[in-house]
Design a protein around this ligand. Structure first.
Ligand SMILES: [Ca+2]
Ligand SMILES: [Ca+2]
Length: 504
């Protein structure tokens, strides 16, 4: 039976039942070729094949066999060719694969199998290629992954499950931490001098020295410096806790900084600066941006308690500033309402950068120490800060010209310091502005001078009015530098804070 070179046919035993079908086959051959596997169970090397055998040819294959040719394969077999494969088999070719098998080719894979190619994968399998993956599998490629599985992890610039942000790096202190947690920072945006004491702040030598005639003037000076950013005392939560409800032993950095004010930004107002950008003072942080001063605190029932510990605060009376060291400092403040951190839309403050990929559902506390959510003014400033100001740092803070002219009992100059003013007092024709006051505290971290506190300071030179002598608690003269480092004045402030964005 030599038929048009179909060699396999010649080798088959032909049964009588098959011979009955031969006329049908011959008729079909004239039109399509004689390749129906439903009759002969044979493989073919060309044409379409609806039967169960394998198909090495270029036609479409609707049957269950494997198809190595370029046609489309709708059956369950594997398809190594470039056509589309709608069946459950694996598809190693470049076509699209809608079935559950693995797809190693560049086409799109809508099934649950793994897809190693660059196409999009809508199924649950893993996708190692650059396409988008909408399923729950892992996606190691650069495409978007909308599924719940972790992607390339923290630092890949993609917000994944378990991440509050991902700014594409593994550095901390830039708004998004090395573990992809939102970095919660707060800045004091209202600092109110207190002149009395309370249960938290039982001593207040600084406040007690200031007469009512000077209270408003000094507060105005401080308000101006908080508003223009000169006083920028910031708290940076090292341990993540955006809800602010309850957490023990949290490490909080205390650092100074200054506002960033790029051109074109809204007018900076340090009294209302939620999510504004701040650069930390280089002497407040390590090269990596970690705050050098860290206090241990707790959050209990929405109230933050921090310290006691040492911190530094920039102050100025209008004649140059100084960093004032405070020892035994305690901060207590109610935590404010939760809000979503602002994201900047124009690349300017306030707001976090879109490239940080902050979880759009993340809410963190936007303030502390605000009585009824307002902040800014004294009535809404309910945080409590008390600490002991080192005498040596008060000696660095120079008096402004406007103040020395009203102190008629002393001949201060602009070379005199706030320490000189405290020790010598300031009297005017209308009464006392500053009552002469001695240090009432000592720094536990500083070596004692002589027999220790309380220390008594004196300015023996009637021309300079500068503090130049110190006696210990026994009245013995002790070294001035060591005395000033140990001696301290208690102080008490109310404060509130706003959430800010510290950019190292
Ligand atoms: Ca990520
Ligand atoms: Ca980072």
């Amino acid at each position: 039976m030599v038929m048009l070179g179909f060699a396999p046919f010649q080798e088959l035993p032909v049964r009588p039942s098959d011979l009955r079908l031969l006329p049908i086959c011959l008729a079909s051959l004239l039109l399509f070729g004689c390749g129906s596997r439903s009759i002969f169970e044979l493989n073919e090397d060309g044409g379409s094949d609806a039967g169960p055998g394998s198909d090495a040819g270029p036609g479409n294959d609707a049957g269950p066999g494997n198809d190595a040719g370029p046609g489309n394969d709708a059956g369950p077999g594997n398809d190594a060719g470039p056509g589309n494969d709608a069946g459950p088999g694996n598809d190693a070719g470049p076509g699209n694969d809608a079935g559950p098998g693995n797809d190693a080719g560049p086409g799109n894979d809508a099934g649950p199998g793994n897809d190693a190619g660059p196409g999009s994968d809508a199924g649950p399998g893993n996708d190692a290629g650059p396409g988008s993956d909408a399923g729950p599998g892992n996606d190691a490629g650069p495409g978007s992954d909308a599924g719940p599985a972790t992607d390339g992890g923290c630092g890949d610039g993609i917000l994944d499950t378990g991440e509050e942000c991902d700014d594409g790096n593994l550095a901390s202190f830039d708004g998004c931490s090395s573990t992809c947690h939102f970095e919660q920072s707060q800045r004091i945006n209202s600092l109110q001098l207190k002149f009395d004491t309370d249960s938290v702040c039982a001593n207040n030598a600084i406040g007690g020295s200031i007469s009512q005639f000077a209270q408003g003037t000094l507060q105005t000076v401080i308000n101006g410096q908080v508003r223009n950013g000169a006083i920028s005392l910031m708290l940076e939560l090292i341990d993540p806790n955006p809800t602010g409800v309850h957490q023990s032993n949290i490490h909080i950095g205390v650092l100074a900084g200054s506002p960033e004010q790029p051109q074109g930004s809204p007018t900076y107002n340090g009294s209302a600066d939620t999510d504004w950008w701040y650069a930390p003072d280089t002497n407040s942080v390590t090269d990596a941006g970690a705050p050098l001063t860290q206090l241990l605190g707790d959050i209990t029932n929405h109230t933050l308690t921090l310290g006691p510990g040492a911190l530094s605060m920039n102050l100025s009376l209008g004649n140059g500033g100084a960093s004032i060291d405070l020892s035994n400092t305690t901060l207590v403040a109610p935590i404010g309402t939760l809000t979503k951190p602002k994201v900047t839309t124009n690349g300017l403050p306030p707001g976090h950068l879109p490239s940080e990929h902050i979880d759009p559902n993340l809410k963190t506390f936007a303030s502390t120490g605000t009585g009824n959510g307002g902040g800014g003014g004294p009535a809404n400033t309910t945080g409590t800060l008390c600490g002991n100001m080192s005498a040596s740092s008060l000696a660095q803070l120079k008096l402004p010209a406007g103040l020395i002219t009203v102190c008629t009992n002393q001949n201060y100059t602009t070379n005199n310091s706030l320490l000189d003013l405290l020790v010598g007092g300031c009297g005017t024709q209308l009464g006392s502005l500053i009552t002469a006051t001695q240090p009432d505290q000592s720094d536990p971290d500083a070596p004692a001078a002589g027999a220790g506190a309380p220390y008594t300071l004196a300015a023996s030179n009637n021309t300079t009015k500068a503090v130049d002598g110190c006696k210990d608690k026994n009245g013995a003269d002790v070294g001035l530098n060591r005395c000033l480092a140990a001696a301290a004045y208690s102080s008490y402030f109310n404060f509130s804070t706003n959430r800010v964005f510290i950019r190292h």
